[in-house]
Design a protein around this ligand. Structure first.
Ligand code: ATP
Length: 390
């Protein structure tokens, strides 16, 4: 890493490791965040997101490595001396103080002048849409409103970096969606760096400029949302972001991949060696499904595999079809319910079908070097189910 400070850099983590006794929670993590960036740490429970955030905030000390904020090594600084503020999932407001007094609290302790406090508090309450609620108590506010107070309380200190640890985690789905949009607007407006921790892939895709996908204390991919979704780098990222549509394959030669299903398909094999095992990924909405009448598919159309429909699920806006390709490989297809007559014609359970896709919608990923985190994935599925019911 360059020794000279780049003026566009905000938070820099250089080889940061955190051990709790012999357990490695964060493992040799290096990240460079730009100023004004909305940067998300995304991953399953226990992957080390919160520990990373707490080290940036100063609540935890790294066991090794360096953290710099706008060029300064912050190792020796306690949390309140760092140019950061943290918003937690639990709003941690003073119940006996008004909204206004809660937001003013930190400035009063810093002995900021009365007029300036009044002005800055008013600005932030307006920003978060609570100008009319300044005299209310936290108990008189909804969860979403309380989190806005917590946000105003953090922003009023004019931090260079705002750290947010699952701030919308306690809110119901509808409220969360609304606040996601608003948080993004506020971040653009204030123009400071946001470091956002979430296990919710949709939230990360919606809000972030860049996402770091973490697994077992390590980062598996850092990229803009479109890239993480369209071109995941490992089987873990492909499975964590969206539905895991992975077809086992091996690299047949430069630019050629042979699916275990038998087809050889032209695709980029950059970074892979000939003969290397890999998985081909195609996202559910990029797959077409076609009923086979017994004749089978043609060899000419190579971006095509055959299987048996396991289930067909009506989701309102789309129909989700699970297709068993054999050999333990299961693909999910998502078809928008744009036309009712078309939907009626979709193949049902037990039907023999062909799946096809445009070659540019397939790419290959390597096995995750950090394991697949089966337990975490199970937890994640449960979380998604609970979310869906919220
Ligand atoms: P979650 O969303 O569930 O909080 P996370 O990705 O934020 O997950 P961390 O809270 O960073 O994960 O925890 C990473 C790992 O470190 C976990 O296995 C956790 O049990 C462990 N850990 C965190 N804090 C401590 C601690 N103070 N002592 C011992 N182990 C800890």
């Amino acid at each position: 890493m360059a020794e000279t400070q780049d003026q566009t850099q905000s938070v820099v983590l250089d080889g940061v490791t955190k051990r709790f006794d012999s357990f490695v929670a964060v493992d040799d993590l290096s990240l460079e965040l730009s100023r004004g960036e909305f940067f998300t740490l995304l991953g399953p429970s226990g992957c080390g997101k919160t520990t990373t955030l707490r080290m940036i905030a100063g609540f935890e000390r790294p066991s090794a490595g360096e953290i710099r904020i706008e060029g300064d090594d912050v190792a020796a600084l306690p949390p309140h001396k760092r140019p950061t503020n943290t918003v937690f999932q639990s709003y941690a407001l003073f119940p006996h103080l008004s909204v206004e007094a809660n937001v003013a609290f930190g400035l009063k302790r810093k002995k900021v002048g009365k007029d300036e406090i009044a002005e800055r508090v008013a600005t932030e309450l307006k920003r978060v849409g609570l100008a009319a609620d300044a005299n209310r108590r936290p108990s008189q506010l909804s969860g979403g409103m309380q989190q806005r107070v917590a946000l105003a309380r953090a922003l009023v200190n004019l931090p260079k970096v705002l750290l947010l640890d699952e701030p919308l985690g306690a809110l119901d789905l509808k409220l969360r969606k609304g606040l996601q949009v608003e948080l993004k607007r506020i971040q653009r407006e204030v123009g400071i760096t946001f470091v956002y921790v979430t296990h919710d892939q949709e939230e990360a895709l919606t809000m972030s400029d860049r996402i770091a996908v973490m697994n077992h204390g390590r980062v598996e991919q850092v990229a803009v949302p479109e890239e993480v979704y369209d071109r995941p780098s490992t089987t873990f990222v492909a499975g964590f972001i969206g539905v895991s549509n992975l077809m086992p394959a091996s690299v047949a030669g430069t630019g050629q991949v042979r699916l275990d299903q038998g087809q050889t398909i032209a695709t980029s094999t950059a970074g892979f060696a000939e003969g290397q095992r890999c998985h081909a990924v195609v996202r559910p909405e990029k797959l077409r499904v076609e009923l086979l009448d017994g004749a089978g598919g043609t060899d000419a159309d190579q971006t095509r595999v055959e299987g048996i429909v396991e289930s067909s699920l009506y989701l309102g806006t789309a129909t989700q079809i699970a297709v068993d390709l054999g050999g333990g490989v299961r693909m999910t297809v998502l078809i928008p319910n744009a036309d009712e007559a078309e939907r009626q014609r979709l193949p049902g359970g037990g039907a023999r079908v062909a799946l096809s896709w445009e070659p540019e919608h397939m790419h290959i990923v390597s096995e995750s070097p950090n394991g697949e985190g089966a337990q975490e994935k199970q937890d994640l599925e449960t979380t998604r189910e609970v979310d869906a019911n919220a």
